[in-house]
Design a protein around this ligand. Structure first.
Ligand code: GLN
Length: 309
């Protein structure tokens, strides 16, 4: 039986709504600390162009680590499987900004969705180019998918990311010490800080993720953006690593590949079906939106969507 998806979205939103405000809003930079903890948006994008939305689905938020999915797709498209010389594909079981495994594993980060791995991925995506050209590529890609040229970087957030970025720079220097960085740390983190500062609404983000649900093809433009097997593999990595040391719990509860960011956004992919973006700023211990995960759990259950069916 085909589920009534509009109803599933409305129900998931209503079930999670009373929990708004729970969790801890990221406060390492002022621009994130001042976001209203009661914000909650939900958007489901379908391959036919339909979007079912609820709540604050049109308010832009800082996508933060959700950007790691897009740079991974672009880096794979640019340098192919040689990306895996620089970064692994195993869950880390540690915090998003952890440095410990880099020492025992010779400067090769566990996966592209933790900070160290995303910095290594951005390094490969740069591929000898100027930082501005790389940021333009990332923005152009996201804008085309979202069908919205208004998507942009929040300059305040980008500046704060850089001011508070000692730890991310340390990850870069540590990898450089092991010869696992091809460009200067400042060049790489310069792109990384800006990609984290991209601001998008749930509606835009859900549309931007659709290509991952459709074997690498943008169903809205018809373009084959990445090879189908690469889209499948990105989904596998999201499933196992998308929520840091909370990835097992998310897979257990939601059963779909996802990627969280400390801005409170989560992008969740239902292969063959659609793409979902949720946003609510209160985070759990691992930095995943508490209300967002709850809403996704209810939505996936109501729609009967799971990669394990
Ligand atoms: N900008 C944050 C950082 O690099 C992103 C972390 C996240 O969203 N988990 O630490």
């Amino acid at each position: 039986m085909t589920p009534d998806l509009a109803r599933c979205v409305a129900e998931a939103y209503q079930v999670a709504l009373p929990h708004r405000g729970q969790g801890r809003v990221a406060d390492y930079i002022p621009a994130l600390a001042k976001v209203d903890p009661n914000r909650f948006g939900f958007a489901l994008a379908l391959p036919d162009g339909t979007v079912h939305a609820a709540g604050d689905a049109d308010i832009a938020f800082s996508i933060q680590s959700v950007s790691k999915v897009f740079t991974l797709a672009l880096a794979l498209r640019r340098v192919g499987s040689s990306l895996w010389d620089s970064v692994g594909r195993e869950p880390s079981g540690s915090a998003f900004n952890s440095i410990v495994q880099l020492e025992s594993e010779q400067g090769i980060p566990r996966n592209p969705l933790i900070n160290a791995g995303a910095i290594a991925t951005t390094d490969r995506l740069i591929d000898g180019r100027a930082g501005d050209a790389v940021i333009d590529e990332i923005l152009d890609f996201i804008r085309a998918r979202a069908g919205d040229d208004g998507v942009d970087i929040d300059r305040d957030v980008a500046a704060s990311e850089s001011e508070t970025g000692a730890r991310n720079r340390s990850l870069g220097y540590f990898m450089q010490a092991f010869d696992n960085l091809r460009h200067p740390v400042e060049a790489v983190t310069g792109v990384y800080f800006r990609q984290c500062a991209i601001a998008m609404s749930c509606r835009q983000l859900a549309k931007a993720g659709l290509f991952l649900a459709m074997e690498g093809r943008d169903p809205l433009t018809g373009e084959q953006l990445i090879d189908p097997h690469r889209a499948r593999r990105i989904n596998a990595i999201m499933m196992l690593c998308g929520h840091y040391d909370n990835s097992g719990e998310f897979a257990f509860r939601v059963g779909l590949p996802g990627k969280s960011g400390v801005g409170g956004g989560i992008l969740c992919i239902a292969p063959g079906q659609g793409s979902i973006a949720v946003w609510s700023p209160g985070l759990n211990e691992a930095g995943t939106s508490l209300v967002g995960a709850l809403a996704l759990e209810h939505f996936a259950y109501a729609a009967g969507w799971s990669v394990f069916d």
